[in-house]
Every structure is written in structure tokens, then in C-alpha cells.
Design a protein around this ligand. Structure first.
Ligand code: MN
Length: 299
């Protein structure tokens, strides 16, 4: 059996926490589908403003992740702003696990304090001792650029990007597969600067193209899969560097991984009720397709 969870949609919080409309839309959709979904409490359903960070110690002290330890699980998470919840889900799997991140973004900014946020949690996952290897699939070259640089405000107050000497994203346990080549990116997008292209290209030995991903190269142990729906080209979120895969690409990838490895846990995020506008139902259907395939390959 696969345990299916969603985050509890509670009432309004205080401070920088607020009600998350995506959770309510998701709950309603799943109810109409007749899905029996268990609730994962998250500080009474409170959620963060965009860009805010949650303290790891605070979350771990107050939340109970024991339901995730009983069986393979899928968590239907909320908007990509809450993708960092994945860190806690991965942590709740005690055995050796390979982390597979299917996303347009690597979510790999370095983090120094005891906090996690949506753009930085993969860095944290890489530090977990039971997760020796991490596979990033479907990353766009533009979002990789962000992880190769540090942002600082210049004299004029405008943000400047400086290349990192040794980007932490490139380490022994990391395997990266881009959704398109740097050439394709350069030809398709016209507003990036030559030095952006040059910087990403200079690290070419550290990544491959997604069609070079061979599922047999995954370590033999269990995998954990996290999917941000923004990896799909049709799934508009308004973030930078939107995804380049099709829904079929994602389905194929999940079937491939599921046929060769045991999937111990998974989560899906990216549905954002505020950002989807009139396409809300379409995006919920796409999420459901991904969920249903995942459940099939996990059963
Ligand atoms: Mn993303």
C-alpha cells in the first residue's frame, strides 16, 4: 500500500504566516475525485510568505513525521514556495536513499543557518548522511546560472551577480541532467547576457543532457522522488527559467525509475492557486496525472 498525504489546510496564522489557498483548492479537488488522503499537520496549516525561511529545529520539534515511516508514501504538497518541506520528508526515510529532484530549478543555494527555504533545501539534502547521491533532472541552464553566482547589491543599489569560485552544487554525490543544451538555451532565449551563457558552459563537464540519463546508473538502494510541476513547459508558474519538459516526459521518467528501483517516498509540488488563474483545473488535472502514475509505479 502507498500512503497518500496532503498538508493540513488550517486557519489563519500570525506574523509572516498566512493561509495557503492552494491547499484548500487541492483538498477540494481530491475530495471530488473520491481520494482518501491522510493529513500531515503543518503548524496548523500556516504557511510562509514568499521567500521566508523556516527553522529546521522549530519544525522538527513541533511536527510529527512518524506517519511517513509506516509505508511508502506520496505527499501532495502545495505551491513551489513550500518545496523545502521535501527536506523533512526525505529525512523521515531512515535507510539509504537516492534523492531524485525533477524540477526546472536545482533549488541549491548554499545555506548557512539552521533554516530551509524553497530555493535552498537541496543543499541541505546533500548533507544528509543517508542520502549519498542526488540526481537533478530537467534543470534549465538559466536556473543553473543562478546557483553558480552570488547576488550582492552594488553601489547603485542594483543587484549584481558574481561567479562563485567553487559552486557547492558540483560535488561528488551530485548528478545533473539539463532539460536542454546550453546551445539550445542560447538560441531560444534572447535576453540572457553572454557572460551567463559563458559561465554555465564553463561547467559543461559537470552536467549532461536529460536524454543521457540512464536509470541503471542509479545506486541500487531505494529512491525518493520529488517533483516540482514547473519542470513541465505547459505548467506556467511565473518563476524564472520555466521548465522544458512535457507531461509525457515526466510520466516516462517516473515509469522508468519505478521499473528499476523501489520508490520509498515521493512528493509533488508546484500547484499554486494564486498563480494559475483560470488554468487552475488544467493544472490540477496535470498534478493528478503525475500523482496517479507515481502511485501505480509505487504499488
Ligand atoms: Mn522549481
Amino acid at each position: 500500500m502507498v500512503g497518500v498525504f496532503r498538508i493540513e489546510a488550517g486557519s489563519c496564522g500570525r506574523g509572516f504566516y498566512m493561509r495557503d489557498p492552494s491547499l484548500h483548492a487541492l483538498a477540494k479537488y481530491l475530495e471530488n475525485k473520491g481520494e482518501e488522503v491522510r493529513l500531515l499537520p503543518w503548524l496548523n496549516g500556516r504557511c510562509l510568505e514568499e521567500g521566508a525561511m523556516e527553522s529546521i529545529a522549530d519544525i522538527e520539534e513541533r511536527l510529527d513525521f512518524s506517519p511517513l515511516k509506516e509505508e511508502p508514501f506520496i505527499v501532495l504538497n502545495s505551491s513551489g514556495i513550500f518545496h523545502h518541506r521535501t527536506y523533512f520528508f526525505v529525512k523521515s526515510i531512515a535507510d539509504g536513499t537516492t534523492y531524485i529532484h525533477i524540477d526546472a530549478h536545482p533549488d541549491f543555494f548554499e545555506q548557512v543557518q539552521d533554516e530551509v527555504s524553497f530555493g535552498k533545501f537541496v543543499y541541505r539534502i546533500c548533507q544528509l548522511s543517508h542520502v549519498p547521491q542526488v540526481f537533478l533532472l530537467g534543470i534549465t541552464p538559466g536556473s543553473l546560472y543562478d546557483c553558480l553566482t552570488r547576488r550582492t547589491k552594488g553601489k547603485s543599489g542594483i543587484e549584481e551577480y558574481y561567479p562563485l569560485e567553487q559552486p557547492p552544487i558540483f560535488n561528488d554525490g551530485m548528478h545533473m541532467f539539463l532539460a536542454e543544451t546550453v546551445d539550445e538555451w542560447e538560441n531560444r532565449v534572447t535576453n540572457q547576457r553572454p557572460r551567463e551563457v559563458q559561465l554555465v558552459r564553463s561547467y559543461a563537464s559537470h552536467y549532461k543532457r536529460l536524454d543521457e540519463f540512464d536509470v541503471h546508473t542509479l545506486p541500487p538502494h531505494k529512491v525518493y522522488i520529488s517533483i516540482d510541476l514547473d519542470v513541465i513547459e505547459d505548467f506556467k508558474t511565473g518563476w524564472n527559467s520555466e521548465g522544458r519538459l512535457t507531461l509525457d516526459d515526466v510520466v516516462r521518467l517516473l515509469k522508468e525509475v519505478g521499473s528499476q528501483r523501489e520508490i520509498g517516498g515521493a512528493d509533488i509540488c508546484g500547484f499554486d492557486a494564486k498563480r494559475s488563474g483560470w488554468k487552475k483545473q488544467k493544472y490540477l488535472r496535470m498534478m493528478y496525472t503525475v500523482f496517479d502514475v507515481l502511485r501505480q509505479v509505487m504499488t
